[in-house]
Design a protein around this ligand. Structure first.
Ligand SMILES: [Zn+2]
Ligand SMILES: [Zn+2]
Length: 348
């Protein structure tokens, strides 16, 4: 090898070495044993702008007090501020067991399972958290369950043997985890903003319990106050996401419910839920994000198990056990996605 060839070979080697070492590596967070302790950012934005998904589940309000109300006075933020920026589906249902853990399990696994409602049983199938982490292999706190109800900690794992104990999301449920009792939504509000600000998880499910808990206590005033407070939180959450550089313009937010409640005249009315009546099945559905249509109200019949299928499409991973369908009717053609100025208008 003459000097010129040798020199060129050195140059090429330096170039290759440099190009292999530029990926930022985050080693600052605790890592579960099934996830690599050091990993590169494997998330490659593909056909969609969405890189993060947050799902807010408001526990057990009745459709007739929320989107189904003629005046929508209890949900002014959704009705007047957010709906024009996103898409509402007024034909969205729980088609499984209309209790809390079954409803949430349908949303995270894509399967209707008659799972026990007291936190003593794990889902049969792996969740979107597990599939996401399996695909993208980031640290555990990249996915999160934040819930006022401790019993929802079961969403972090599955009975399926090849997935059990693996790729679990971080959890912040109830007073101090499974078996410690429910906490006030005010704590969940604060914890949500703390976790999002500090840890920047990419796939998050949040549960707020007030409408359900006060309804079970036959406390109508606090039931409707719980609906209003949850609506205000939805607005605060979207505003936060648009003001945080990590989440702005690449985050999709879904809002739905785990179940409704009995209609008036059916059993004890709003106090309970859990059967197949139309009011227990009919849910709110709202979605907002850079890949979705805006200012549309659709009536495409959909149900909870279609949420994980749609999340998997947005974030480009597979959910081979999920039974739902991608809700392609939510997606805007590329030229019609939310322009920066409109995405920010709620934040200003
Ligand atoms: Zn519930
Ligand atoms: Zn019912």
């Amino acid at each position: 090898m003459d000097f010129k060839s040798y020199f060129i070979a050195i140059l090429i080697s330096v170039f290759i070495l440099n190009s292999c070492s530029v990926d930022a590596i985050d080693t600052s967070l605790d890592v579960k044993s099934d996830l690599p302790s050091v990993q590169k950012e494997r998330y490659v934005p593909s056909k969609y702008k969405t890189k993060n998904v947050i799902i807010l589940v408001i526990d057990g309000p009745r459709y007739s007090e929320t989107w189904g109300s003629p005046t929508r006075d209890l949900i002014p933020v959704l009705d007047r501020q957010l709906a024009p920026l996103g898409i509402v589906n007024s034909a969205f249902y729980n088609l499984g067991s209309t209790y809390t853990n079954p409803g949430h399990t349908a949303i995270t696994t894509g399967n209707y399972q008659n799972i026990k409602n007291n936190g003593s049983e794990l889902p049969n199938f792996p969740s979107f958290f597990q599939h996401w982490s399996h695909t993208y292999a980031q640290h555990q706190e990249s996915t999160y369950v934040i819930a006022s109800k401790d019993k929802l900690e079961i969403l972090a794992d599955t009975k399926a043997s090849e997935w059990n104990g693996k790729y679990a999301p971080a959890t912040d449920c109830g007073i101090a985890g499974l078996g410690t009792g429910y906490r006030d939504d005010a704590i969940t509000y604060q914890n949500t903003f703390d976790i999002l600000s500090e840890k920047h998880p990419r796939l998050v499910l949040i549960n707020l319990r007030a409408p359900d808990s006060f309804a079970h206590a036959n406390d109508w005033d606090n039931y409707i106050r719980g609906i209003s407070n949850s609506d205000k939180f939805l607005g605060d959450l979207w505003r936060f996401l648009q003001n945080d550089p990590f989440y702005a313009e690449n985050t999709t937010l879904f809002m739905t419910n785990d179940h409704g409640r009995h209609g008036n005249g059916n059993k004890n009315g709003f106090i309970s839920h859990g059967d197949g009546c139309s009011e227990c099945r009919h849910l709110n559905f709202f979605a907002i994000g850079p890949d979705f249509k805006r200012n549309e109200i659709i009536t495409t019949e959909r149900s909870q198990i279609d949420i994980p299928a749609t999340v998997a499409e947005l974030l480009q991973f597979d959910m081979p056990y999920g039974k739902g369908e991608v809700m392609f009717e939510l997606f805007a053609p590329p030229s019609e996605t939310i322009p920066r100025t409109i995405a920010h208008s709620i934040a200003e």
